[in-house]
Design a protein around this ligand. Sequence first.
Ligand SMILES: [Zn+2]
Ligand SMILES: [Zn+2]
Length: 307
Amino acid sequence: MEEQQRQMPGQSGDRIVMLGVNGGPVISPHEAKPALALVVNDAVYLVDCGLDTSRQLVHAGLGFAGVREVFITHHHLDHTSGLPALLLHGWTARPPLPGVNIWGPPGTKLQATNLLAGFEQEIGLFQTGDGFGAFPAAEGHDVEVPLDGSILRVMEDDNVLVDATRVFHGPEVANAYAYRFTVKHTGKVVVFSGDTAAPDANLAVIAKGCDVLVHETQDNSAIERIAAGLPRHRGEHLKKHLFEAHSSVLDLPAVAKAAGAKKLVLSHYTPVAHPPVVWLAMATPVAEAIGYTGEIVAPRALDVIPL
Ligand SMILES: [Zn+2]
Ligand SMILES: [Zn+2]
């Protein structure tokens, strides 16, 4: 009882925990790489598993015991480099990680099989010396979303239905997915865009009528400034790549409005880790101008979005 009374509003019950919201492969001081946790009935569904996922699970008070399923949006390393550590430190955690299914684009099954190749000695030493339990199994699943833009049922358990659709994330990324979670006991619908360039036609369909749309976010004006400081050819190349593969924050209110999303949550901030007030200062005037009346949230890492 006392424990419950100490909990802050939104810290229990179904929720999204923004474990890491800093996009891109370059590590920024004090920022955590992409990983989002949907918590339903104390089960933790991870969407992406960036570098800091294990530490952030501990910081958030979630730990590892409730983690059963990991959904990878695409195989850019800022979304996956935390996978080996999730298993290694999940194994030595108290209580430990029981084992995970890792769902993602083709290549995920092979990646899960080879995830700890080269770590045999580390695992062996703690197996013989320190009394940890069975090593958590990681079962990989290649999610083959149809090319025609249709929606694929990925997984169902007692808590959630999980669906996926393809999103465009630049021509070199053959497989990038958005995931939709339908919470069974409440009917709440949460959509995670993954990395994509707004507006994405498939995302608009899968996000239709959702309660929460978590969407990647880019400050294109900051990219203009960065590009201006580079040799012309490199600057133009950088701009072309980032503009065609990612979503300007200025486009997101229209995406949320078209979908009828009740709440828009910004995530995967690039190329600069602005404080939330800066992101909101960009998004809010656009929302007012076009008449998007849903709430817009610009979270920091570890912020909680109640469902
Ligand atoms: Zn990314
Ligand atoms: Zn990416």
